[in-house]
Write a protein that binds this ligand. Structure first.
Ligand SMILES: Cc1cc2nc3c(=O)[nH]c(=O)nc-3n(C[C@H](O)[C@H](O)[C@H](O)COP(=O)(O)O)c2cc1C
Length: 210
């Protein structure tokens, strides 16, 4: 950053790191977890289709069941909760519900809501499944990032995990047909052990300016 004062959101971005060692005694309530999700789902998404779905796991037995599926990553059982992020491959089926909400909030007229619903159903319903899944996966990445920042803002730590057996997860946790696993996010309080830092490529390495 070239400026000396950073906004709270930028501070939070720099403060977030992946934490893999948790205080196993620290518990989070359903309300706290819901509040983090409420903040996170402000994320943008493809045509506002919000194709993310969550399974929030705090139950100890469920965590034990998940442990081998996530290749015995210790944070599965030590973190307060695991937020499993899924994509909804048939997200367009909620187009009417979403546009009705926009209408009720006064953001759309009845006519606009109807047109947008029909457009979304036609467009996304006509796309190959793999294309819808790619859109859902991208949007799930955005909401996942927001979960990590909303947690950090509350003094909590997270790690995003792609290392798990996704078909086994879908089966063990009875995911509906339309939901496919994307990442697990462990959330809780660090046990205080310092992390090894991670370096970044420079902007010059990753960006071209024309
Ligand atoms: C899609 C994705 C999958 C990841 N999977 C794992 C994982 O399975 N286990 C793990 O310990 N960390 C996992 N990570 C965390 C990365 O290793 C970490 O974000 C990266 O090394 C940068 O470090 P930082 O998050 O501390 O900045 C994953 C991160 C992402 C974005």
């Amino acid at each position: 950053m070239s400026t000396t004062t950073k906004s709270a959101v930028i501070e939070t971005m720099y403060a977030r790191t992946s934490v893999r060692k948790y205080d196993a005694t620290y518990k989070m309530s359903k309300e706290e977890l819901s509040a983090i999700l409420t903040d996170a789902i402000t994320a943008p998404s493809t045509s506002n289709m919000q194709p993310w779905r969550f399974l929030v796991i705090t139950d100890e037995e469920a965590k034990q069941k998940l442990l081998p599926i996530a290749f015995n990553q210790k944070q599965i059982v030590d973190a307060s909760a695991i937020i499993a992020v899924q994509g909804d491959a048939n997200f367009h089926e909620k187009a009417r519900q979403i546009h009705d909400l926009c209408k009720e909030a006064g953001f759309m007229t009845e006519e606009v809501a109807e047109t947008q619903t029909q457009n979304s159903e036609k467009l996304y319903g006509g796309l190959p499944l793999e294309t819808r899944k790619a859109a859902a996966m991208y949007d799930a990445g955005l909401v996942s990032m927001q979960i990590t920042l909303a947690a950090k803002d509350r003094g909590l730590d997270t790690v995003i995990m792609g290392g798990y057996n996704k078909p086994a997860f879908a089966e063990a946790f009875n995911l509906p047909e339309n939901e496919f696993p994307i990442v697990l996010i462990a959330i809780g309080k660090s046990n205080g052990e310092t992390n090894r830092g991670t370096a970044r490529l420079s902007v010059e390495d990753v960006a071209r300016f024309i």
